[in-house]
Design a protein around this ligand. Structure first.
Ligand SMILES: [Fe+2]
Ligand SMILES: [Fe+2]
Length: 353
């Protein structure tokens, strides 16, 4: 007798309308040690049983009333649960053309009745070997895909984490607080959403906005922390936080850092060209820089700073409106006013404003 079957746990579904052939095949398989045998005699029930059992092998009789084996194969293929149809056809059919069509229709092997019990077991064993390897590869691929997804997510989160820590490093030296950065991120998100950017773009701009003042790392304490007004020379040095930030972030492949660089360099440009460092005008100023510039000013006006009390929101809004077409892109100002409920909600969320 042949050696012990290697896959006794394999789920085998037998589809045949003849009770005697079902009994015979079950006996052969049982004797060989197969434990998970299922039978269906009504062809109409194959689809639902196939779906619930997810067999490793389906032994199919080709000619049955109501529905022929071919139709069953067609049905199972369209279920699309598995790209591999684990079907072994057993039939009295001796016509070679029909046998070939069965193989073409998705059957993996064909056995002619009456069959030899040793042959049927050997064919099933070979069949299951291929089937199990196929399953194994599929599982491994799934695992790999899952790992790649996890690693991508991890890298994404790490970038956000590093950006947030970098911006906190600046906050340690600057008079501005962490809540400024948090509100900026939310204002920028709401503005981008109002401008019909995709959620990914909104996320990108709101995260990168945390880097707008990262260049302050290179500004001396005597200027950055000076309680009084800056002299013109000091002010010139202060302005270089834009170019320092840009140099600091330049050359990265990270989309966050790339956008962060653009924002660091352009958040003090003004619509009428009177901003710094390059005096860019209108839409020569990148959109992200225009958005962050507006949100930055609004938050600076409405926040308490060591040298000033917070302005009431309505006063700040008046100022923003007055600066439409001068400091700010007039269309962005319009959008900003459209999302006023969100802006007020974000403003009210933090206690130190
Ligand atoms: Fe700045
Ligand atoms: Fe700022």
């Amino acid at each position: 007798m042949i050696k012990k079957e290697p896959y006794p746990d394999a789920k085998i579904l037998i589809v045949d309308d003849e009770a005697t052939s079902v009994r015979l095949l079950k006996k052969i398989l049982n004797d060989a040690g197969y434990m998970n045998l299922y039978t269906v005699r009504d062809p109409d029930k194959v689809q639902s049983i196939y779906q619930s059992i997810q067999p490793d092998l389906l032994v199919l009789d080709l000619h049955m009333p109501h529905m022929e084996g071919f139709k069953i194969m067609d049905q199972l293929r369209t279920l699309g649960q598995d790209d591999y149809l684990p079907i072994l056809v057993i039939s009295q059919e001796r016509n070679r053309v029909i046998q070939f069509s069965a193989l073409e229709a998705g059957a993996k092997d064909f056995l002619v009745k009456p069959y030899d019990s040793i042959e049927v077991l050997l064919r099933i064993r070979n069949f299951l070997e291929v089937r199990m390897l196929h399953k194994q590869i599929r599982e491994q691929n799934k695992l790999l895909e899952q790992r790649v997804r996890e690693r991508t997510e991890e890298l994404y989160q790490t970038q956000i984490d590093v950006i947030q820590r970098l911006s906190r490093a600046v906050e340690y030296r600057d008079s501005e607080t962490g809540t400024h950065t948090m509100r900026m991120a939310q204002y920028c998100y709401s503005m981008s959403l109002a401008l019909e950017m995709t959620p990914e773009e909104c996320e990108l701009i709101s995260t990168a906005s945390a880097l707008h003042d990262v260049g302050k790392i290179g500004i001396p304490d005597r200027i950055l922390q000076k309680p009084g007004k800056l002299t013109p020379e000091e002010w010139e040095i202060m302005k270089t936080h834009t170019t320092i930030g840009s140099e600091l972030l330049a050359g990265s492949n990270s989309k966050f850092l790339k956008l962060g660089q653009e924002i660091a360099l352009t958040h003090h440009e003004k619509w009428d060209g009177s901003g710094y460092p390059r005096g860019l005008k209108k839409d020569k100023i990148p959109l992200a820089g225009r958005i962050c510039g507006l949100c930055d000013v609004f938050d600076a006006l409405t926040s308490k700073r060591p040298y000033k009390e917070p302005w009431p929101v309505d006063e700040a809004l008046k100022e923003i409106k007055a600066q439409a077409g001068r400091h700010f892109d007039p269309e962005l100002v319009e959008e900003f006013f459209k999302i006023m409920p969100q802006i007020r909600r974000i403003h009210g969320q933090y206690g130190d404003a």
